[in-house]
Each structure stands twice: as structure tokens, then as C-alpha cells.
Design a protein around this ligand. Structure first.
Ligand SMILES: Cc1cc2nc3c(=O)[nH]c(=O)nc-3n(C[C@H](O)[C@H](O)[C@H](O)COP(=O)(O)O)c2cc1C
Length: 211
């Protein structure tokens, strides 16, 4: 195996001038996301979100971005999962996107809130039946013996297409209402560009950070 310490790559694909960026970082984010789609970044909507438990221990996992709103970003999960429980006690979260093909990173910080039941319904019922069934059979984050019971429950739910699969009450969306966001563009020699936005007294303040 190659020596891990020798793995390195120069970043040469772009540059970032915070002064040229707009006043609203969510508009900027939408533009960057569109560019990630155009660059065919693999699962551009995959983001790592971190939550913090009551002992102040953070934990991280990948979820999928499903919507960009004027105030934040939306993902869906099980409200009773480990992350769901952690967010109900501490709604402060961070999220990060890494788009290797563009040598870009976006870091997001904010406060989560549950989206409305109607909006969770709208997304749930737009999903393929197999994903609806998956949400029903999974008590996400709970310890289970093996996958036999899951498979049997899936089979039963998939068997009769005429039976509607209802959205479980404990499954739905969260919106991260963003109050801090950083756009990062890799540059040669690790002298990267970083544009940071912080919401202060209701207004966005933009700064350039040292790499
Ligand atoms: C590419 C990818 C996408 C994922 N998308 C989601 C998602 O949108 N929602 C979700 O609840 N879990 C998603 N997962 C699974 C989570 O990473 C995680 O395993 C699960 O949510 C349980 O996390 P928890 O026990 O910390 O609550 C995804 C995993 C990967 C690798």
C-alpha cells in the first residue's frame, strides 16, 4: 500500500474572491450546488451532519440534502433516531459538503427545526414505495438481532401495492436554519480561499478567512 502520508494533491481548479460574492449566502449556495450538479459530482447532495449529545459528545453521519430554502437546507430522517434524539435536546448542528471534483467544501452551521407535517407528507409520498416501506420498517439506530424481521416486514409491505403506506409520525424533515456558512476553494500550495458568512443581528456579514 502507498504510504498514507505521501498522498497529496494540488488544488488548481478555481479561485474565490469573497468581495465578488453576493450578499445572501443561500443564493450563493444554490449557485454552487448547481455547479456541482453540472460537474456531475457523485451524490452532490450528500452532506455530513454533526449533532451533539447531552454529554457534549459530537457524532457525524451522511444524510441527503433534499431542498434549499430561503433560510436553510432540508434533510429527512427518523425523528427517534440517535441524531433525532440528539437534535431534540440540542438543536445546534453543523453540516459539510465536499465536492472533490470541484475542489470545494461548504461548511454550514445552524439550528434545526422540524418542517411541517404537510411538507414531510409531500416528500414522503413522492418517494418510491420501497423507500416508504423502508422508513416504516426501520426503527433507526435501535439494536436489532439480524435482518430477518426487516426483510419479512418489507416483503409484507411490498406485496400488496393497493395498500397505501402511511408516513410514520416519527419520520420527517428537518430544516437547518443557517446562521453561519463557509465556502472553500482549494488553491495551490494549500493557500486556499475561504469566504465566511455569519448572521449578525439579522444581517449577513461576509469575511475572508486565512486558509
Ligand atoms: C450517501 C448516504 C446517504 C444517506 N442519507 C440519509 C438520509 O437522507 N437520512 C437518514 O436518516 N440517513 C441517511 N443515511 C444513513 C445515515 O448516514 C445514518 O447511518 C443513519 O441516519 C443513522 O444515523 P444515527 O444513528 O446517527 O441517527 C445516509 C447514508 C449515506 C452513506
Amino acid at each position: 500500500m502507498k504510504n498514507i502520508a505521501d498522498l497529496r494533491k494540488e488544488y488548481t481548479k478555481g479561485a474565490l474572491e469573497p468581495r465578488d460574492m453576493g450578499a445572501d449566502p443561500l443564493v450563493e449556495f444554490r449557485g454552487w450546488f448547481q455547479q456541482a450538479l453540472e460537474a456531475e459530482v457523485l451524490e452532490a447532495n450528500a452532506m455530513i451532519i454533526s449533532t451533539v449529545n447531552v454529554e457534549n459528545r459530537p457524532s457525524s453521519r451522511v444524510v441527503l440534502l433534499k431542498e434549499i430554502t430561503p433560510e436553510g437546507i432540508v434533510f429527512f430522517t427518523n425523528y427517534a433516531s440517535r441524531k433525532g434524539q440528539e437534535m431534540s435536546l440540542n438543536p445546534c448542528v453543523s453540516a459539510v459538503f465536499y465536492w472533490a471534483e470541484l475542489e470545494r467544501q461548504v461548511r454550514v452551521e445552524g439550528i434545526v427545526r422540524r418542517i411541517s407535517k404537510a411538507d414531510s407528507d409531500a416528500y414522503f409520498y413522492s418517494r418510491p414505495r420501497i423507500s416508504q416501506a423502508g422508513a416504516v420498517v426501520s426503527n433507526q439506530s435501535e439494536v436489532i438481532e439480524d435482518r430477518k424481521t426487516l426483510d419479512a416486514q418489507m416483503e409484507a409491505l411490498m406485496a400488496d401495492e393497493s395498500i397505501k403506506i402511511e408516513r410514520p409520525e416519527h419520520w420527517g424533515g428537518y430544516e437547518i436554519v443557517v446562521d453561519g456558512i463557509e465556502f472553500w476553494q482549494g488553491r495551490p500550495g494549500r493557500v486556499h480561499d475561504r469566504a465566511r458568512y455569519d448572521k449578525m443581528a439579522g444581517a449577513w456579514v461576509k469575511t475572508r478567512l486565512s486558509p
